[in-house]
Design a binder for this molecule. Sequence first.
Ligand code: SIN
Length: 391
Amino acid sequence: MVVVGTGVAGMSAALHATGRQVVMLTKSAFGAGGASPLAQGGVAVALGPTDSPDVHAADTMTAGAGLCDAEVVRVVTNEGPARIAELVEWGARFDRRADGTIELGREGAHSRDRVIHATGDATGAELVRTLASGISSSPRVEILEDSLVVDLLLNRGRVVGVVSIDREGRPLVVTAATVILATGGIGQIYSHTTNPVEATGDGLALAAAVGARLAGLEFVQFHPTALEGSGRPMALLTEALRGAGAVLVDDRGRRFMKGEHAMAELAPRDIVARTIAARRRQGRRVFLDATDLVAMASRFPTIVDLCARQGLDPSRDLLPVAPAAHYHMGGIVTDLEGRTSVAGLRACGEVAFTGLHGANRLASNSLLEALVVRARFGKDLAIIPVLVSHS
Ligand code: SIN
C-alpha cells in the first residue's frame, strides 16, 4: 500500500493497515510539514456529561448549512469517542482536569464544550507525535521524504501505483495494490491563508487526472481570526480563544458580533469570517480582545509565542485579525472507507469529500474525520507487496 502524505490522516491510515507493507511519500520532512502539526484547537468529540453524538451531529449539520450527508455525520460523531480512547491507549496526552477527566473546550457553532486539546493549543503537534512514534517503530512502514508524487499509474482503469520525483527531479516508481491520497488542502492558492507551503492541491490534481469524482470544490472555509501581519502562512489565532471568552472589536472598540448572530463570537465560522470581511471592506480594522482571559500562558502557549513574534502580548494588546483561507470542504468523493470512484485509489483527510462538512465545517471536526475514516478503511485492504523502483 502507498500513502501519499504524512499528516494525521496519512499516518493513521498507515498504522491501521495492520500487517501490510506500507510506503509513505511526503514532499517535505516526515512529521514536520503539512497542516497537521499546526492544528491548534483540537478534536471535537462528544464526551461531556450533557453531550451526545446526536447533539454533536445536530451542531455539525447546522454549521454545514444543510449540505452535510446525515448518515456520514451520524457515523463520524458516533465513532469519535472510540477513536479518542484508542489514541490515549497509543500514548496521546490530552489535557485533563484535576479529576483526571479530559478537559473540553468550546469553539464556534458548538452548543456544548466538546473540543479536546493537548498542551493547551498544540493538539495537532501531539497527534503527530503520537502517530509518528508508532510509524517510526513499525518495521512495515517505509518513509520516502522529499518525494513529490506527480502521477498515478493506471492499468485497465485501476490505480496500481505512483510516480514521484525527488528534489533533483529523479523519478521513482512505486507500485501497490492500493494508493491512498492524504495530501491535504489547497490554501496556498490564496494570498491570505493559514495553510503551510505544502497545501497546493496535489491530491485533487492527481485524482482528477485519473478521472476520479470530485465534489464540493466551491466550499472553501476562511478562518475568521488569522493574525494580521504575521507573514504567509498567517499565524492562526485559534477559535478556542473565543470559546474561552475573547471577543471581537472594531477599531472604534465596538463589539459587533452580538448584533450579527445569537451565538455572537461563537457563531458558525463562515458567518464570523464574512462579518469581519465586510467590516474590513468598509475600511475598518478588526481585533481579537483576549486581555481578560486567565491562564493565557498555560492554556494558549502557542498563541502567546506566535503573538510575541509580532511584538504582541495577548494579555495586554488587542490582536489585529483578518479572515484567511483555512480548510477545503470539497475534495475527492469517497465513502467512509475512503474508496474513491476509481479502483485502487482511496483518499482521506482534507483532500477527501465524505459529505461530513457540507458547506462549512464545524470547528475541530476535521481531525475527527481523519481518525474515523482511516480506522474504517484499514480493515479491507489487500495484502500485496509494494515494489519501489528507480526508473
Ligand atoms: C482553530 O483552532 O480555530 C481551528 C480549528 C479547526 O480548524 O477546526
